[in-house]
Design a protein around this ligand. Structure first.
Ligand code: GDP
Length: 294
C-alpha cells in the first residue's frame, strides 16, 4: 500500500538527515522534492499546493531554522500536515438512527456489493444486527451476489421481486428492519459504469425517502484522480457523508487517498484492503501518516 509514495517521501526527507542547522534555501529545496513525490503519487495539484504552503509556513519559522535537529522537526511537520490532509481525526459511523440506515453508492466494479457485505460483517462483529438489501434492479446478478454474501455472513437479506422499483424495495426494507428490530439497514444501490442522470435521480429519491444517517461512496483507489472526480460529482449531486476507498492494498501511489478529503470535504471512513469479507479497515489518518513516514 502506497509503497511508491513512502519511498519517495523518505528520499525527499532524507536530505534533511544528519544536518546541523538548515537555511531557508535548504528547506525550499527539500520542499521541492516533497512536491515532486506527491505529484508523482498522483495527488491532486491543488491539494499538493495547499499542503506545501502549510509545511513551508511552519518550516520557515525560527524554531526549525534555529533547531539543531531539523530533520526530526521536518518529519514532525510533514506528519502533522499529512494527518490534516487525510482528514484529521478518524470519523466513525453515525449510528444514531432507529434503525440507522447506510446507503452505499458508486460506480460499477468499485467494490460496492462486496463492501456492503464487509460493512455488515464488521457491524455484526461490533454487536449490531444489520439487515442487507440491494436496489440494483438493473442487474439481477448483483442482487444475487449480495444475497449469497449475506448468507455467507449469516445475516438477513431483503429479496427484490422482479416487478418492484428500486424505491419500493428500499421502502419495504426499511419497514422490515423496523418490524424485526434490526438496528442497521445497509442498502446497496445500482452500480453505474459512469455518472448517469437517471440513476443519479433514483439514488436521490432513495436518499430523500430513507433519510440515511450515512451516504457512503464506494470508490476504487486504483482509479486515482478519476475516483476523486467521481466522489466530487456524487457529493454535489446527491450529498455524501463519507467515502470508502477500496482496492487500497494494490495502490502503490495513493493519489486518491491523499486528495479525496480535501477536494470533496468528505472524510474517508473505511479502506477496503482485499477481496475477503474481513478485508475492511477503519480509516485512521494518524496511522496512515505514520505508515507513510515509516
Ligand atoms: P460492484 O460492481 O461495485 O458491486 O463491485 P463488486 O463488489 O462486485 O466488486 C468488484 C470486484 O472488486 C470484485 O472482484 C471484488 O472482489 C473486488 N474488490 C472489492 N473490494 C476490493 C478490495 O478492497 N480489494 C481488492 N483487491 N478487490 C476488491
Amino acid at each position: 500500500m502506497f509503497e511508491n509514495l513512502t519511498e519517495r517521501l523518505e528520499k525527499a526527507l532524507s536530505g534533511f538527515k544528519d544536518r546541523g542547522k538548515l537555511s531557508a534555501e535548504d528547506i525550499k529545496k527539500g520542499l521541492r522534492e516533497i512536491r515532486l513525490a506527491l505529484l508523482e503519487a498522483d495527488v491532486n495539484y491543488k491539494v499538493v499546493k495547499d499542503f506545501l504552503q502549510r509545511v513551508e509556513n511552519r518550516a520557515l519559522s525560527s524554531e526549525v531554522l534555529e533547531s539543531l535537529t531539523p530533520f526530526q522537526q521536518m518529519v514532525k511537520i510533514v506528519y502533522d500536515e499529512l494527518v490534516e490532509t487525510l482528514g484529521g481525526k478518524a470519523s466513525g459511523l453515525n449510528l444514531t438512527g432507529k434503525p440507522s440506515v447506510i446507503l452505499l453508492a458508486g460506480l460499477q466494479g468499485s467494490g460496492k456489493t462486496t463492501t456492503a457485505a464487509k460493512l455488515a460483517k464488521y457491524l455484526k462483529k461490533k454487536g449490531h444486527n444489520p439487515l442487507l438489501c440491494s436496489t440494483d434492479i438493473y442487474r439481477p446478478a448483483a442482487i444475487d451476489q449480495l444475497r449469497i454474501l449475506s448468507e455467507k455472513i449469516e445475516l438477513p437479506f431483503v429479496s427484490a421481486t422482479p416487478q418492484e422499483k428500486a424505491l419500493e424495495i428500499a421502502e419495504r426494507a426499511l419497514k422490515i428492519a423496523k418490524d424485526s428490530g434490526r438496528d442497521v439497514l445497509i442498502v446497496d444501490t445500482a452500480g453505474r459504469l459512469h455518472i448517469d442522470e437517471a440513476l443519479m435521480e433514483e439514488l436521490k429519491a432513495i436518499k430523500d425517502f430513507l433519510k440515511p444517517q450515512e451516504v457512503l461512496l464506494v470508490a476504487d483507489a486504483m482509479m486515482g484522480q478519476d475516483a476523486v472526480n467521481v466522489a466530487q460529482t456524487f457529493q454535489e449531486r446527491v450529498g455524501l457523508t463519507g467515502i470508502i476507498l477500496t482496492k487500497v492494498e494494490g495502490d502503490a501511489r495513493g493519489g486518491a487517498a491523499f486528495s479525496i478529503k480535501e477536494v470533496t470535504g468528505c472524510p474517508i471512513k473505511f479502506l477496503g484492503i482485499g477481496e475477503k469479507l474481513d478485508a475492511l479497515e477503519v480509516f485512521h489518518p494518524e496511522r496512515l501518516a505514520s505508515r507513510i513516514l515509516g
